[in-house]
Design a protein around this ligand. Structure first.
Ligand code: 6PG
Length: 464
């Protein structure tokens, strides 16, 4: 019997695609799924790759079909299922056999599992790129002991996306670092998607454009600074027609967005870290709000038809607003990563994170290469202040301002772009207004405050 190079448990959409990718890259992959018929169907459907796919009906058989030291990828739903799978596997494995959780785990769970594993090899890897990425080249963010990563990195690099020949598979650090970086990726993904959706809202409601014209606009923008996977697919989504009704797909899809929770994890963690990521936060809030359809309909009846046509902004302004918004939301994501790196003592490689996101993942975009360069130049500087991005912001922040202002007057909701603008403005205001907060805190709570003359007052003089 062939001793496979690697095992994979969980043949759902992502697991099946990843197993085929592994086989396609010349590795023998042993597979097992809880439902045995799924395992056999997978082998039967593997076509030319079937000879590299080795199905097993029991965990014991899967393990006996792997070359030693063994490595087994888990692609099971995040949460309890991962713990249960690890508990079922560990007693059957040798001490140097490795378990690799490649699902979308919460990094706190990965930290705990890595600690529970002790010296037993365990990796938590973030895999991005959806089904297509998993099949033909995802972006892979690895976390765990470096020596364990090195043992399997030849396989992970082989199956990963390549940017100019460089594999998008990188070790981020110990324990849950890979899953943490993946969570921030997803937070940025939420904000990028939300900003695009807001631009669509301006075109549809503010400018009265058809879905097809919206699609053409996104396709044009995809040739400029906004060149990215998300811009590209938004053009395709806007242009697609429903085969049944002939209507634009956008007019048959209900305006209530789902979420599996990774964006939520990111904003919760950002609050713990005191890392300001308002554009990402606004995007998660917008998804939550989108599900309140009945309330929104009631609100529209109560307050009168909204939104209204908007004046005074062009499509060029809208493109500029998105360019500025995108830089701002990525800057927030990288700031959060830096903060976590400092607080958890992780030494996360910021330029490498930008590099690993250049291909394969959902947020891949032309700008990420420039971000990698800016972070290589100075990894401690907010991306908005790097010369390349500062120049882009100087050129486009007025467009963002015009779009947000016009949208506000027209009643077109713009939570992510508006909060991105507020972040930008706050970050370029040397004298803010928190002195008032400090005065209020001292007034009612005697919290004390720093003075500009360098002294510290424990209690101010607030009059009668
Ligand atoms: C990726 C995506 C992916 C994501 C799902 C569901 O990088 O490939 O981020 O991992 O989890 O697409 O995302 P939702 O949270 O929107 O359901």
């Amino acid at each position: 019997m062939t001793q496979a190079d690697i095992g994979l448990i969980g043949l759902g959409t992502m697991g099946a695609a990843l197993a085929l990718n592994i086989a396609d890259n010349g590795f023998d992959v042993a597979v097992w799924n809880r439902t045995t018929s799924v395992t056999h169907e997978f082998k039967n459907d593997a076509g030319d790759l079937a000879s590299k796919v080795h199905p097993h009906e029991t965990l014991e058989s899967l393990i006996s079909g792997l070359s030693k030291p063994r490595a087994i990828i888990l692609m099971v739903p995040a949460g309890d299922a991962v713990d249960q799978q690890i508990a079922a596997l560990r007693p059957l494995l040798d001490p140097d056999d490795m378990i690799i959780d490649a699902g979308n785990a919460n990094f706190h769970d990965t930290n705990r599992r890595a600690q529970d594993a002790g010296d037993l090899p365990f990796l938590g890897i973030g895999v991005s790129g959806g089904e297509e990425g998993a099949r033909f080249g995802p972006s892979i963010m690895g976390g765990g002991k470096r020596a364990h990563w090195d043992r399997v990195s030849h396989i992970l690099k082989a199956i990963s996306a390549k940017y100019d020949g460089t594999p998008c598979a990188t070790w981020m650090g110990n324990e849950g670092t890979g899953h943490f970086v993946k969570a921030v990726h997803n937070g940025i993904e939420y904000a990028d998607m939300q900003m695009i959706a807001e631009a669509y809202g301006v075109m549809r409601d503010g400018m009265g454009m058809s879905a097809d014209a919206v699609g053409t606009t996104f396709a044009t923008w995809d040739n400029g600074p906004l060149d990215s996977y998300l811009t590209e697919i938004s053009a395709k989504v806007a242009k697609a027609a429903d085969p049944e009704t002939g209507k634009p797909m956008l007019d048959v899809i209900v305006d209530a967005a789902g979420q599996k929770g990774t964006g939520r994890w990111t904003v919760i963690e950002a609050q713990h870290l005191a890392a300001p990521i308002p554009a990402i936060d606004a995007a998660v809030v917008a998804r939550n709000l989108s599900s309140q359809r009945a309330n929104r309909t009631h609100g529209q009846d109560l307050f009168g038809a909204a939104p209204q046509p908007i004046d005074g902004v062009s499509l060029d302004d809208l493109e500029g607003a998105l360019i500025a918004g995108k830089i701002i939301c990525y800057a927030q994501g990288f700031e959060m990563i830096r903060k976590a790196s400092d607080q958890f003592d992780w030494a996360l490689p910021l330029p490498d994170i930008a590099r690993v996101w250049r291909e394969g993942c959902i947020i891949r975009s032309k700008m990420l290469n420039d971000m990698a360069e800016a972070l290589t130049d100075d990894a401690d500087r907010n991306l908005m202040f790097a010369p390349f991005f500062a120049d882009l912001l100087k050129t486009h922040h007025d467009a963002l301002r015009r779009v947000v202002a016009a949208a506000a007057i027209g009643g077109v909701a713009m939570p992510a772009l508006a909060s991105g603008l507020a972040y930008f403005d706050a970050m370029r205001t040397a004298r803010g207004t928190a002195n008032m907060i400090q005065g209020q805190r001292d007034f009612f709570g005697a919290h004390g405050f720093e003075r500009f003359d360098g002294r510290h007052d424990q209690h101010g003089h607030w009059g009668a």
